[in-house]
Design a protein around this ligand. Structure first.
Ligand code: ZN
Ligand code: ZN
Length: 375
């Protein structure tokens, strides 16, 4: 595959271009290479698709940010491994229908000619996953109820063995055509609704609706590093389009269960460990669980409550660049509740020494202060 061109370069805008500039430039490029103006020209077709893909990404602030930071690879990451770009012209027109309407001042002839061709609805599926599955990724399968093209009539809506009849009003073209300036404007036939065909005997399965509700299993690949609230887009897994329109997409919204021990902070993983004040005072070596097995960390003598120890690269991998974050261990100090006689004696002795140290420190400060005052 050839190297993908820079989206800004394709549209001929600089990197700081605002939404209005992007739209204006896309309009210019799209008009130049528009398939209605360049029938059968493969190169123009590719340029038109390329510009549409660039505009699709740059006109979406979220995608634009990812593209600015990570380039094409980042945007593909957002698409969850599904190939990017558009399948065909209908896909482009159904995504940017409003824009083309805006550009040409009337509905695009391609859309008008298939006024009944509609993109299928997008679907939402909410999925709760374990903390570890979000960290390491998981391949799973979901089952959802959705509309599918009717298998009995293969989506024609006609009873098997019968054929839809060619519409007598439009002679099967599905459209009425009139010319307006540079473009020909087509509107849908009023008898067949743009289908070009009329069903005489309806399919008993879907009763002519061409679609039926079915339960379908869909494979889901959760990439390592996903976070709570993120969504995966599965292109074409939504409901089927009508009249030859493309299917919608399936969006899987992820809800990550909290973990008992680990807490996520971006790509870092935070945990708390309890130390006795003796360990904190004298320093120690402590074993802590990480996402990838146990690690021994060193507690420096004189550690304070809330101090943190960082274990590099034991966090969660970044979806963007694949690099892992760190594990941050927060120190919590606990005070002993039940002391033996001997322990208590030692602590009282310790306390005595501490208060002597404190008194001499105060005296020293006082002495320094009074000496200064005497000057
Ligand atoms: Zn059917
Ligand atoms: Zn007709």
């Amino acid at each position: 595959m050839t190297e993908k061109r820079d989206y800004y370069e394709i549209l001929g805008v600089d990197r700081g271009a605002d939404a209005a500039q992007l739209k204006a430039q896309y309009r210019k490029v799209a008009l130049k290479y528009h398939p209605d103006r360049n029938p059968g020209d493969k190169e123009a077709e590719d340029k038109f698709k390329e510009a549409s893909e660039a505009y699709e990404v740059l006109s979406n602030p979220e995608k634009r940010q990812v593209y600015d930071q990570l380039g094409h690879r980042g945007v593909e990451g957002m698409r969850n491994g599904h190939s990017g770009g558009f399948r065909d012209f209908d896909d482009i027109f159904s995504s940017f229908g409003d824009i083309f309407e805006d550009f040409f001042g009337f509905r695009n002839s391609r859309q008008g000619g298939r006024s009944r061709a509609r993109r299928g609805a997008d679907l939402r599926y909410d999925m709760t996953i374990e903390f570890m599955d979000a960290a390491f990724g998981k391949e799973t399968e979901i089952e959802l109820e959705k509309l599918e093209t009717c298998g009995t009539c293969k989506g024609t809506g006609a009873k098997p063995g019968t054929e839809p009849e060619i519409c007598s009003l439009c002679n099967g073209t599905g459209q009425h055509v009139r010319t307006q300036g540079f473009f020909s404007v087509k509107s849908a036939c009023s008898r067949c609704g743009g289908q070009g065909r009329v069903i005489k005997e309806v399919c008993p399965q879907c009763r002519g609706r061409q679609q039926v509700v079915t339960r379908k299993k869909v494979d889901i690949k959760i990439p390592a590093g996903v976070d709570n609230g993120q969504k995966l887009r599965l292109t074409g897994e939504g409901e089927p389009g009508a009249g030859g329109g493309p299917p919608g997409d399936l969006y899987v919204f992820l809800h990550v269960k909290p973990h008992d021990f680990f807490e996520r902070r971006n790509t870092d993983v935070v945990c708390k460990i309890e130390l006795s004040f003796i360990q904190a005072a004298l320093g120690d070596e402590v074993t802590v669980p990480t996402l990838k097995g146990e690690e021994t960390i060193t507690i420096e003598p004189g550690a304070q409550p809330g101090d943190t120890v960082r274990i590099p690269d034991k966090g969660i991998v970044s979806l963007g660049n694949g690099l892992p974050g760190d594990q941050i261990v927060e120190l919590v100090l606990k005070t002993p509740k039940h002391l033996s006689k001997r322990q208590e004696e030692l602590l009282r002795e310790f306390s005595q020494l501490e208060s002597e140290k404190f008194t001499s420190k105060i005296k020293r400060i006082f002495k320094v202060g009074s000496r200064k005052a005497a000057k």
